[in-house]
Design a protein around this ligand. Structure first.
Ligand code: ZN
Length: 318
């Protein structure tokens, strides 16, 4: 955030940063029965991600599903999706899930963080505490959170911090003090889940006010609260997470199902009406301190060249 904002000078006198749109397109829960629009196979996810990026998203939050549409941590599926999206949108910021709702061992949860070269994710999700969802509990012990955060820091992956209630923002500070969270901070504030903080402007404001000043933040609303929380974030200088992972409907009251692209386009329209430009993926990379996608390409190309030179040398007996 900037100095004028910290002094309480309101928008539009305080110029806000360009809006980073994070598209959460699949998630763990929605099935084909819930909506025909949820992308499930790697091919569907790649196509949908590309549509969302072209519509204005700069981050895509990925969950892999297996052949039966069930959530999986298998890294070859993440690899296929990341390479497929990068081939067409090299600057897009790609975030993998480390959710423990189905598989709660460190090896399973950290598997997608192991990907190398061009398939290495830019970000990984990191929920900073345990909570109850209507379907099940999401258990994130302090040891697990710390181990995942350290793995990300070791690998140069930025955590997409998920905070469902104020205690999880306090945990950000504890982990900063302990030297576990050291890099750029990007905090998603997710409100409106049945057993966590409700999606009110009061709750959102309190959580935003308690963030470390250096943090970038985004707001997400679960289900019927998505549009309200996204709009509030645009007005407050935050960023937005939107997509079918959190909400299946374009119009919740009428139960009109949405596509991910429609949800992104609505946020882009709102943002433009409310006087905020939308960040392109390369601009979002600069804001979050990530290397440019082109450089990343270059690095993985260099790595590939070194590897093939090595293979060449060993084949020629050098
Ligand atoms: Zn997720």
């Amino acid at each position: 955030m900037n100095d004028l904002y910290d002094l309480g000078i309101p928008h539009p006198v305080t110029p806000y940063p360009k809006l980073i749109i994070n598209a959460a397109i699949t998630g763990m829960i929605p099935t084909r029965k819930n909506s025909p629009h949820v992308p499930l196979s790697p091919k569907e996810i790649i196509e949908d991600a590309v549509r969302c990026i072209r519509a204005g998203a700069s981050i895509v939050h990925l969950h892999a599903r297996d052949e039966d549409g069930e959530p999986t941590y298998r890294k070859e599926l993440y690899e296929g999706m990341i390479l497929g999206i990068r081939e067409r949108c090299p600057e897009a910021i790609l975030c993998v899930s480390t959710s423990g709702r189905r598989h709660n061992s460190f090896d399973c949860r950290s598997a997608p963080l192991e990907l190398e070269g061009k398939a290495k994710p830019d970000m990984g999700s990191l929920t900073l505490g345990s909570l109850n969802f209507p379907e099940q509990a999401s258990v994130n012990t302090p040891e697990m959170i710390e181990a995942l955060a350290l793995k990300m820091s070791e690998r140069g992956i930025i955590p997409e911090i998920e905070a469902f209630e104020p205690g999880m923002i306090h945990a950000v500070k504890v982990l900063m003090l302990r030297g576990v969270l050291t890099g750029p901070l990007y905090v998603n504030i997710l409100l409106g889940s049945l057993y966590a903080s409700p999606a009110t402007l009061f709750d959102l404001s309190c959580m935003v006010k308690s963030l470390p000043p250096s943090a970038h933040w985004a707001a997400a609303g679960i289900g019927r609260f998505q549009l309200n929380m996204n709009t509030a974030a645009i007005l407050m200088g935050g960023h937005v997470r939107v997509g079918l992972e959190d909400n299946l409907y374009y119009d919740y009251a009428r139960r009109n199902l949405a596509t991910n692209e429609q949800l992104i386009r609505r946020v882009v329209r709102l943002s433009s009406e409310l006087g905020r430009e939308v960040a392109k993926p390369c601009e979002a990379r600069a804001m979050l301190g990530l290397p440019s996608g082109q450089r990343q390409d270059r690095e993985s190309w260099d790595m590939g060249m070194r590897r093939s030179e090595k293979i060449g040398r060993s084949m020629s007996g050098k």
